[in-house]
Design a protein around this ligand. Structure first.
Ligand code: PLP
Length: 373
């Protein structure tokens, strides 16, 4: 099998798995318990939280562990909106967001919030000037991904953060799920930032929300204070410790990992460009980890199934979005519905080998000649 769907999930690093098992063995107690075993587990939880804070430029009190980026996005968006409803109910976002962001926004819209979506340029980015134009006294949130999951476009998050500095009632939520561990991410100027360690060698079921201290946020889960007021439940020490290690490894090795991915991405772009029916949708300046393409007049789902039958795993849109609809992100950059319906995504990691790229290209060639008439 050739796995080219690392943006959906990356395998846990063996050292991370080992850390998880070790923590589960060494700390059998609930960190919320007040007995000696609970206190030891809580101290370890504090140590792990400090490690994540140090790696992300946050303080330990700003780290909230969640079950994944979906939960982190829901908590940030709904929590900010509900905590600021006395100020206003206007939110600005983009058509490139993951369904956990767009779904949270739709849920708010149904309850009376007003959502404005920014336009996407041909290069896949939003224009911070348009954010300035859309801002109103009742705007309480701008929600934007640092890197989108379908095209891999890098958004001008720091510029947006800078212009929001003059709007203290408007919060900035950044979904950094496809950015952390791949490109440098800066928490400064951002109110909440979500990511999921299972995208870069952590364990599935782990997520993090960084939340600026003293910023009001309505919890979405009730059930006691735990290690933070904002997310109840028994703290998952094993997952938190494995997340910290995955993040440490991803940060330490970021440049060397990036170089491997970039080399493979360039090879793929060059080889795929020789097929007349192929259109590369990911902008030139996208992260190399994500390569979105369309094969003219062949639905993305059809090409993906053909590749899958030959042992190659790629995605159509992101793994969590509804099937059968054209990709909103690809439509935004190509303004072409048929092209958006034909799109699918290769996503790479530093684990991808030269042999896998060669094998992928040969399977792609076979599918192309079967499906393109
Ligand atoms: N945000 C982005 C940009 C993503 O790509 C994903 C997953 O693909 C998510 C959020 C949701 O992450 P999780 O699977 O951890 O809930």
């Amino acid at each position: 099998m050739i796995y080219l769907d690392y943006a959906a999930h990356a395998p846990a690093d063996p050292a991370v798995l080992e850390r998880f098992c070790d923590m589960e063995r060494r700390f059998p107690a609930n960190p919320n318990s007040v007995h000696a075993a609970g206190k030891t587990a809580r101290e370890e939880m504090a140590r792990v939280t400090e490690q994540i804070a140090a790696l992300t430029g946050a303080s330990p009190a700003e780290v909230i562990f969640t079950s994944g980026a979906t939960e982190a996005n829901n908590l940030a968006i709904k929590g900010i909106a509900q905590a600021s409803r006395h100020i206003g109910k206007h939110i600005i976002s983009t058509p490139l967001e993951h369904s956990s962001v767009s779904g949270s926004l739709t849920a708010l819209q149904e309850r009376g919030w007003e959502i404005d979506l920014l336009s996407i340029g041909r290069d896949g980015t939003v224009d911070p000037e348009e954010v300035r134009e859309l801002l109103r006294p009742d705007t309480v949130l701008v929600a934007i991904c640092a890197v989108d999951s379908e095209l891999g476009t890098i958004q001008p998050v720091n510029e947006i953060a800078a212009l929001l500095a003059d709007h203290p009632n408007c919060r900035l939520h950044v979904d950094a799920t496809q950015a952390i561990g791949r490109i440098p991410v800066d928490f400064s100027g951002i109110d909440t930032l979500s990511f999921a360690p299972h995208k870069f060698g952590g364990i599935c079921g782990s997520g993090v929300l960084l939340k600026r201290s003293r910023m009001p946020l309505e919890p979405q889960m009730n059930g006691g204070a735990s290690t933070t007021l904002y997310r109840s439940g028994t703290p998952a020490l094993g997952l938190a410790a494995s997340s910290a290690l995955a993040l440490q490894l991803a940060c330490d090795e970021r440049e060397s990992r990036y170089a491997v991915v970039q080399r493979h991405s360039e090879q793929l772009r060059k080889a795929l460009a020789t097929y007349p029916a192929v259109h590369i949708n990911s902008p030139e300046h996208a992260v190399p980890h994500i390569l979105n393409l369309s094969v003219k007049n062949v639905k993305g789902t059809v090409f993906q199934r053909a590749l899958s039958e030959k042992g190659v795993c790629v995605s159509v849109k992101s793994a969590c979005s509804a099937d059968g609809l054209p990709s909103r992100a690809v439509f935004a950059v190509s303004r072409d519905r048929r092209n958006a319906l034909s799109s699918w995504r290769i996503s790479l990691s530093h684990l991808t080998t030269d042999a896998e790229i060669d094998e992928f290209l040969s399977v792609f060639d076979a599918c192309y000649h079967e499906l393109v008439k």
